[in-house]
Design a protein around this ligand. Structure first.
Ligand SMILES: NC(=O)c1ccc[n+]([C@@H]2O[C@H](COP(=O)([O-])OP(=O)(O)OC[C@H]3O[C@@H](n4cnc5c(N)ncnc54)[C@H](O)[C@@H]3O)[C@@H](O)[C@H]2O)c1
Length: 364
């Protein structure tokens, strides 16, 4: 089956290729590049993963790398400003890419050139051409290549996903997600174009693929920067996606809405022919299933969704890093392999194209 014919999330050994597996008798060795805000989360998570050693820390500003080295007691790790040099000196198995989105492309190519795999922060790339080229080079050199899409590795979205898959909602028809978080970050986001769509909506779009098990077909998106926004561009967006199985997914989002905050996971309504699930991103997703219909309105059975399953892949960044370590040892692909995750990225860029053109756009 070619990757374009696969269903959402179906990543097989054949679609990925085979990387050099790391033997069980030594740790997986990683170099982290980009020692800014998110790197602390990665290093905290990495410290909890068995059989993993961070052997290098790289940043354009070496003081940032040294600061993380001191903070996490990584005295044995080499620091530097030149990723290629540190990779050549330390011969790791994996690069942890925590750089800004514009640097993900070059970081991945530098790693692949030296025969090293990449686990990178979202978004996979800063444009679709870069994403395709990264995937092509990663595959042709048979390297591990996956993306941190940490909101998948959440026990509650796994409960929603499993409930939908169980068929108890009947046939899925509609997904709605609302994201309203007035976030005052400062830094690169303040001046970034399409800041909400590119930097945040990728999480929600990817969650929609996970919950529905469907891929995007088309999108109409309206993007704007509301009055009072502290961003330079695109803090608000509304998008309507049609999905492969006929589901319609609507997204309403804002990074400049003060008050009545939703969770970072978004506020969800999932509608099927037999009822609905509502999930506010927290610990209590609930279903409302039709019991009988005798009059104007049906009668419903309301219940919290079944609890998380011990086999579920959870744990946010830690869970994804553990999965990467295990993939490097077993040769099995990661759930968020770049070849699959690019479909979530395609939703973002199609939404941006629609917002810029004012037209409905087919998702590539
Ligand atoms: N998964 C999540 O929930 C989540 C949350 C926040 C940010 N992120 C993502 O994490 C990534 C980093 O975000 P951040 O908030 O840490 O940014 P940041 O600006 O705080 O840190 C980025 C660091 O990368 C360094 N850098 C940039 N280009 C480099 C290069 N070519 N080589 C080496 N170092 C380079 C910068 O000097 C800086 O120290 C982004 O892709 C962002 O979208 C993910």
């Amino acid at each position: 089956m070619t990757s374009s014919k696969m269903n959402s999330g179906e990543v097989t050994r054949q679609t990925i290729g085979a990387w050099r597996q790391v033997p069980a008798n030594r740790p997986v060795r990683a170099v982290l590049v980009g020692c800014g805000g998110m790197s602390a989360e990665w290093l905290r998570a990495a410290a909890q993963v068995e059989g993993l050693e961070v052997v290098g820390l790289v940043d354009l500003n070496e003081d940032a790398a040294r600061a993380r080295q001191a903070e996490f007691g990584l005295t044995q790790a080499q620091t530097g400003t030149d990723l290629g040099r540190v990779l050549a000196d330390t011969s790791p198995d994996l690069v942890f890419d925590c750089t800004v989105p514009e640097a993900h492309f070059q970081t991945a190519l530098t790693a692949f050139e030296q025969g090293i795999g990449v686990l990178g922060e979202k978004p996979l790339a800063d444009n679709m051409a870069h994403a395709r080229q990264m995937i092509q080079v990663g595959q042709s050199s048979a390297q591990f290549h996956a993306v941190i899409q940490n909101r998948r590795f959440d026990p509650n979205i796994r409960r929603v996903e499993r409930f939908v898959r169980s068929g108890r909602l009947g046939e899925l028809t509609t997904l709605n997600a609302d994201f309203y978080v007035g976030a005052h970050f400062g830094g690169f986001r303040d001046t970034m174009e399409h800041v909400l769509l590119l930097d945040m909506a990728i999480h929600t779009f990817d969650s929609a693929r996970l919950i529905s098990g469907q891929d995007p077909v088309s999108v109409y998106c309206h993007e704007w920067n509301p009055k009072g926004s502290w961003y330079a561009h695109g803090a608000n967006a509304v998008a309507i996606f049609e999905m492969t199985g006929g589901v319609v997914f609507t997204y309403r989002g804002s990074w400049a809405a003060e008050g009545a905050r939703t969770t970072w996971e978004s506020d969800w309504r999932v509608v099927g022919t037999a009822g609905s699930v509502v999930w506010d991103g927290g610990d209590h997703p609930t279903s409302s299933l039709v019991r009988e219909t005798t009059g104007l309105l049906s009668d419903f059975t309301e219940a919290e969704l079944p609890p998380a399953n011990p086999q579920d892949r959870v744990g946010g960044h830690r869970g994804l890093i553990e999965e990467a370590v295990s993939s490097l040892r077993s040769g099995q692909p990661a759930e968020t392999a770049a070849v699959d995750n690019v479909r979530s990225l395609a939703m973002v860029f199609a939404a941006i194209e629609s917002a810029e053109s004012g037209r409905k756009v087919l998702v590539d």
